[in-house]
Design a protein around this ligand. Structure first.
Ligand SMILES: C[S@@+](CC[C@H](N)C(=O)[O-])C[C@H]1O[C@@H](n2cnc3c(N)ncnc32)[C@H](O)[C@@H]1O
Length: 241
């Protein structure tokens, strides 16, 4: 796994984060060292999907990056009747995702789409994954996407939604941010790397609170939302149709 050193040298000006080839190249290491619980979420998301994936249906991985979530669903379901639809608007991610999934799940039905997830029709879905992707959409577009997902899910289907969270109480919020930065320090990132990455991503990744997610999922039609994972300010929810 190639080490993420992208923010290790002082930059004159820090530009907005984007999911280009340089990021795709070090992405597994970046995710593992930046998102508390990422590996647990990936593993358990496959385990949870096993309980809801229905034969001859579709599993959508929206904002698939390198396909880690899809691979976990495949490893835990082993259901070759599932059609996996993986979508990302980064060509660099999709290219690497394609070769990874071909290597690790060659017999599965996989369609890779390089497009904005807001342009995708959801049909015949039993599981939809939004693993740390909704937070990159404009806030005003998020409910519309959730409604599209809800409408495309079969009865008994689920959305698994993982996100960075913001907390309504400022002090609590700051505490979680500090703990998250400590998590990154413990994982070998320097203070310079932490502050430059933060400056780069703060206008791109706009987190919502748990309460807002819960309300929005209800507004989209989901009958129940359960928070099944939280580590510091990172969380994963399962929303049931
Ligand atoms: C944090 S990564 C997701 C990680 C991935 N789901 C996983 O489990 O490893 C966010 C991904 O969403 C993609 N993305 C962001 N906004 C998007 C959009 N509007 N349409 C499609 N993909 C998008 C980015 O290119 C990036 O690959």
């Amino acid at each position: 796994m190639k080490q993420d050193r992208l923010f290790s040298i002082a930059k004159e000006s820090v530009t907005d984060f984007n999911f280009d080839a340089a990021v795709a190249d070090v992405f597994p290491d970046m995710l593992r060292r930046s998102i508390p619980g990422y590996e647990n979420i990936i593993t358990m998301l496959g385990g949870l999907a096993r309980g809801y994936a229905q034969d001859n249906t579709r599993v959508y991985d929206l904002g698939c990056s390198l396909g880690a979530a899809t691979l976990s669903v495949h490893r835990h379901t082993r259901d070759l009747s599932l059609a996996h639809i993986c979508v990302d608007n980064s060509a660099a991610m999709i290219k690497r995702c394609q070769s990874k999934l071909q290597r690790h799940m060659p017999r599965a039905s996989v369609e890779l789409i390089c497009d904005d997830i807001q342009n995708i029709q959801i049909e015949n879905a039993s599981v939809v994954l939004l693993n740390f992707t909704l937070q990159f959409l404009p806030k005003e577009s998020r409910l519309r996407l959730l409604k599209t997902i809800y409408n495309g899910l079969l009865d008994g289907g689920v959305l698994i939604l993982s996100e960075k969270l913001v907390f309504n109480d400022n002090e609590v919020n700051q505490q979680f941010i500090d703990w998250h930065h400590e998590f990154k320090r413990v994982n070998g990132y320097s203070d310079l790397e932490i502050s430059q990455k933060r400056a780069s991503i703060e206008n791109v990744l706009i987190p919502d609170s748990f309460e807002l997610h819960q309300q929005r999922l209800a507004d989209a039609g989901f009958s129940q939302t359960l928070q099944w994972f939280q580590a510091f300010n990172f969380s994963s929810l399962i929303a049931l149709k």
